[in-house]
Design a protein around this ligand. Structure first.
Ligand SMILES: [Zn+2]
Length: 183
């Protein structure tokens, strides 16, 4: 018989086992057409989901190999900005492979925001998947589509050699990130 059933000291509530591991993360801070950093959490998370799908498709890997999220930070001008993150779930090094292809990936990402069912926020036909269905209320594909407007995508064009990704992207980076995963 298990001693934990009648000995409260053997039951540890609130403790989770986990391990630290290193993985690749692609982080981008996007500015709107007026040059203001993206701060809306639903737009940022929706774009992260669409970008993850674009990255997975581009690399020919399963979407489940990649995770995505957003977090608030200060940009180079100390303005609040919500960074979009796409990272490897199993430290495979995929995310850093695509940093140089962001303009193309953002166009693919926009196509992922189109929905055959023409839904409002997100549905099974478009963005709801194995993990995003738990955060459905944070998905708003219409608002994300408004952000990725034709003007915005046009500003990604590489005419200005000084701006790697054009005026629309203030910063992108890929780096190694320490993550903590529950096991
Ligand atoms: Zn939909």
């Amino acid at each position: 018989m298990c001693g934990g059933s009648d000995n409260p000291f053997k039951i540890k509530a609130g403790i989770r086992f986990g391990r630290e591991y290193k993985t690749d993360v692609l982080e981008i801070v996007l500015n709107d057409v007026e040059g203001q950093p993206l701060v809306d959490s639903a737009v940022a998370y929706t774009l992260a989901v669409a970008l993850r799908r674009a990255v997975a498709e581009s690399l020919g890997v399963e979407e489940t190999e990649l995770g995505c999220d957003t977090k608030m930070l200060r940009d180079d001008f100390y303005r609040k900005a919500r960074v979009i993150q796409v990272f490897d779930v199993r430290s495979a090094g995929y995310s850093s492979l695509v940093a140089s292809e962001l303009p193309r990936l953002m166009r693919i990402a926009r196509s992922k925001l189109q929905c055959e069912a023409g839904c409002e926020g997100a549905c099974q036909m478009c963005l709801l998947t194995f993990d995003t269905r738990y955060r459905a209320d944070e998905l708003d594909r219409q608002a994300a589509l408004n952000f990725l407007s034709d003007d915005w995508l046009a500003s990604l064009a590489l005419d200005d050699r000084c701006q790697l990704f054009g005026a629309a992207s203030s910063r992108s980076s890929s780096r190694s990130m320490k993550r903590f995963r529950e096991s």
